[in-house]
Design a protein around this ligand. Structure first.
Ligand code: MLT
Length: 273
């Protein structure tokens, strides 16, 4: 070896990685996909690492044959965290069916959860009429195709003013739903039909929880969210005015601001907890 030749020895470097932030797993509703979170992904990127999967059968993910279970959907999401090497607890947030999956993740993997966001969702299971409706919708998807069902859903998803006045939003939601596969729709309908009642879990939730709900939600009435927030000792409820079942799309700035504040407070514990 000549005198000037250096032998490389690794040293421990300090570094900044903008992804080294408390992750937020955002789970979409039925029958949507992760494009519903586009605004939140962009606006929250400075304080959190947003991970937003397309659930199986939805968006660009694989669509295995139905039926699916809530457990399948929850395990897919936690499997994604494993794949990304994220073993510290994350904030899990879900909208509507995404909320049902969020409950399932908390039930099965509480150690993976640093906080919860429950958007436009409910804790109770389907009653008998609700289950029969899932079967009827699944049969209609199989006989007439996806859009026969999604077209009927559309007017109820948005607050009446958004539905009447915001053509672009209506077109966006219609297109997103039409892109869901028949397998995905039927699979998710069966998962929702058979989902467990999460009401007993509410009293056990011990992580900071944000319950966020549109004032004019026609799918999950606001009083259900109020009751849920009252039962979770660690929950705060924020009602988004002039919004229906999709407040993140109908009032994106308000919705994102609320999530920003919630995540910002939790960051402190992530770094110093
Ligand atoms: C959803 O938005 O995910 C669904 O409307 C939930 C449901 O049908 O229970």
């Amino acid at each position: 070896m000549s005198e000037n030749e250096q032998v490389y020895e690794p040293v421990a470097l300090s570094f900044i990685d903008s992804c080294d932030q408390l992750p937020l797993l955002l789970i979409h509703g039925f029958p949507f996909n992760n494009t519903m979170w586009e605004e939140q992904v962009v606006d929250l990127a400075e304080i959190t690492r947003v991970i937003a999967p397309d659930l199986r059968g939805h968006g660009r993910s694989d669509a295995p044959d139905p039926p699916y279970t809530m457990s399948d959907l929850a395990q897919d999401c936690v499997g994604l965290l494993d794949y990304l090497g994220i073993d510290r607890p994350v904030v899990v947030g879900g909208l509507s069916m995404g909320g049902y999956i969020t409950f399932e993740i908390y039930r099965q993997f509480p150690e993976r959860v640093a906080g919860l966001i429950l958007a436009s969702t409910r804790a109770s299971a389907d009653d008998e009429a609700g289950k029969a409706n899932r079967d009827q919708m699944a049969a209609q998807v199989q006989e007439e195709g996806v859009t026969a069902v999604t077209e009927g859903m559309l007017p109820k998803l948005l607050a009446p003013e958004s539905y009447e006045a915001d053509e672009d939003l209506v077109a966006f939601v219609a297109e997103m739903m039409a892109g869901t596969s028949a397998e995905g729709m039927v699979g998710a309908l069966m998962a929702m039909k058979e989902r467990p009642d999460s009401t007993p879990l509410l009293g056990e939730i011990a992580v900071p929880t944000l319950v966020i709900h549109g004032s004019e939600d026609q799918i999950v009435p606001l009083d259900e969210a109020e009751a849920m927030a009252d039962t979770i000792a660690t929950a705060e409820l924020v009602v988004i005015p002039d919004a229906g079942h999709l407040p993140n799309l109908e009032q994106p700035d308000l919705f994102t601001d609320v999530l920003y504040e919630f995540m910002d407070e939790l960051q402190e514990d992530y770094y110093h907890g």
